[in-house]
Ligand binder design. Sequence first.
Ligand SMILES: [Zn+2]
Length: 166
Amino acid sequence: MRSENNSVVSFHYSVRDAVDAAAEPFDDSRRRGKPMLALLGHGQLVPGVEKALVGREAGENFEIEIAPEDAYGVYQEGLLQRVPKKYFRDAQHLKPGMSTVLQTREGGQRMVTVHKVGMTSVDVDHNHPLAGKTLHFAIEIIDVRAAAPEELQHGHAHPGDGHSHG
Ligand SMILES: [Zn+2]
């Protein structure tokens, strides 16, 4: 069957910077040894990937480029913040460009990118690490099936036949 909204698609993907073809991939599902599973039309994926997965069938291989607006958003200035080191679990290991988790005052957690490391504080960037980047995806469709009622209720895909979280 061909995929449409409310189909469950499993696929392998590799994603890299579209401008720098020689760069290491940011992510590659084959390295994790398991395809990605998604219920289409429920916001599980970035919009550009979601659109590109409609109308596909098992065995298809294709490559797409996705602009920041359809991926992780445009890069926003003014999202740098200077944070005391005590708010990081791993402050002594931080280097510019790394992603890390920041403990917020409210007791929550937030993913940030390290911009600069000082003596007592760290400058972090609240943009998504892939914000502002045009991304190149290589995708292989492994399987397409109709969603189980439980998946439509939950708004996400389940492994196997889709009836439970597995
Ligand atoms: Zn569920």
